[in-house]
Ligand binder design. Structure first.
Ligand code: C2E
Ligand code: MG
Ligand code: MG
Ligand code: MG
Length: 275
């Protein structure tokens, strides 16, 4: 009996696994179809300079409207796109779309595009960037790529070489979600980032001495190393006052602006330009 129930338990577990795999496969098929049929969109979240209070640009964030399930969060579909390799296609599309959109913005507003570690592993990211810039006519200096420490953890000379070449072209490189990975500080020596984005977990906790100390230390590093510092996830006026006082150069978060569909983002900066 015990053996039977053990077997049943195992079977149940096994069929649970099958279900997960089946769901995953279906989502992969849907994702492929959505890439083809325009089911993905980019929303744009404003990033504000703290010196003048004006937007310096927007971060492009992928949105997926699943035909049946409705909106799927990037936290769910990005890992799947990375596992299946679809991120290469999706990422190339995002680069093109973001550059095309940013080329219509006034002034020298920048667009920041998130790039996955997987896109560096496969060759072709540089080509993608070059093509997106050429196709859109966007000056390289108005494109910023946001990478996480996982990109540098691949630790290959090829990755560092690629980042250097992109930067030589004038593309800016930002280190995203700073403070959440491993041995963060060593990465700052390995590559001359243009910007560090402090992860929102530190901004959320900024009224506690520990998180406040981290923010202050990162700002100090940024000043020494000539890197801009963006505070991510600013949700309250108190947090905004604190990150400004601590010397962050930019802020981003729901308090200042949520990610917006392209036309609304454009309207926001058109209004600013007129004012
Ligand atoms: P991320 O690059 O760190 O982007 C910031 C995330 O924080 C976004 O979530 C944004 O909506 C959210 N956020 C901004 N301000 C606030 C705030 O004040 N409070 C809170 N609670 N959240 C805030 P989202 O759009 O869900 O994206 C999640 C992650 O998915 C991104 O984190 C990025 O790692 C990834 N992602 C999104 N779009 C792309 C893409 O085009 N390519 C790649 N490779 N990854 C992407
Ligand atoms: Mg980002
Ligand atoms: Mg981030
Ligand atoms: Mg993040």
């Amino acid at each position: 009996r015990a053996k039977d129930s053990g077997r049943n338990t195992f079977r149940f577990y096994e069929s649970g696994m099958d279900l997960a795999v089946a769901t995953r496969n279906l989502l992969e098929i849907d994702m492929r179809e959505s890439i083809r049929s325009g089911g993905f969109a980019l929303h744009y979240q404003p990033i504000f300079g703290l010196a003048d209070g004006a937007p310096s640009g927007f971060e492009a964030l992928l949105r997926w409207e699943h035909p049946v399930h409705g909106p799927v969060s990037p936290g769910d579909f990005i890992p799947l796109a990375e596992e299946t390799g679809l991120i290469t296609q999706l990422g190339a599309w995002a680069l093109h779309e973001a550059c095309r959109e940013a080329a219509t913005w006034p002034g020298d507003l920048r667009v920041a595009v998130n790039v996955s570690a997987v896109q560096f592993r496969k060759t072709g990211l540089e080509q993608s960037v070059l093509r997106a810039l050429a196709f859109s006519g966007l000056p390289a200096g108005r494109l910023e790529l946001e990478i996480t420490e996982s990109v540098l953890m691949q630790d290959s000379d090829a990755v560092i070489g690629c980042l250097h070449r992109l930067r030589t072209m004038g593309v800016r490189i930002a280190l995203d979600d700073f403070g959440t990975g491993y041995s963060s500080l060593s990465y700052l020596c390995r590559f001359p980032f243009d910007k560090i984005k402090i992860d929102r977990s530190f901004i959320r906790g900024i009224d506690e001495p520990e998180a406040a100390a981290v923010v202050r230390a990162v700002v100090g590093l940024g000043e020494r190393l000539g890197m801009a510092i963006t505070a991510e996830g600013v949700e309250t006026p108190e947090q905004l006052a604190r990150v400004r006082r601590k010397g962050c150069t930019e802020a981003q978060g729901f308090l200042l602006g949520r990610p917006l569909p392209a036309p609304e983002a454009k309207a926001l900066v058109a209004g600013q330009a007129a004012a």
